[in-house]
Design a protein around this ligand. Sequence first.
Ligand SMILES: Cc1cc2nc3c(=O)[nH]c(=O)nc-3n(C[C@H](O)[C@H](O)[C@H](O)COP(=O)(O)O)c2cc1C
Length: 162
Amino acid sequence: MKALVAYYSETGNTKKVAEAIYEEIQWEKDIKQFAEIDNVNDCDLIFVGFPMQAFAPAQAAKDFLENQCKNRKVALFTTHAVSEDFEKLPRWIENCREAAAGSEVAGIFNCQGEVADYLLEMMISSDDAESRILGEAGATSKGQPDASRIERARTFAKEMTA
Ligand SMILES: Cc1cc2nc3c(=O)[nH]c(=O)nc-3n(C[C@H](O)[C@H](O)[C@H](O)COP(=O)(O)O)c2cc1C
């Protein structure tokens, strides 16, 4: 069996999760950023990781899912500014599932990831109420993903490849 960990990460949070998942896989395996991937033909399972952006997968992940993962088995993982109990998060996770509608989704992992300071300031001072709420929620994200979240990601990798 072969797994590929494919991801996109702007500030390193999703990359940390990707590397933890990769370490835990006991199959033949590879880890690459989306931009480095030509095809996924020989993979039995593709872990697809991305930051949540604008309440949905980052565009690079939507494109990768659409162009490379049709009819393939995928396990999604995402990091986001808000804490895991944020009330709108289930809807955003549903947006991730919809972005992978052409694939067989084996599971979804999500956890909080630290928001870059410049972005937090932009969100908090925005005219848009939804952005301000996101900024306030994201203010709790310092240091994430922490060790306990990385451990949850490892468990996810084990479950997906069991
Ligand atoms: C343009 C942009 C939009 C974002 N939108 C959201 C969002 O809708 N919800 C959220 O919880 N976090 C949002 N974030 C925060 C990131 O998802 C979060 O910090 C993530 O952990 C970044 O991952 P990375 O370091 O792998 O890039 C946004 C970040 C950016 C840059």
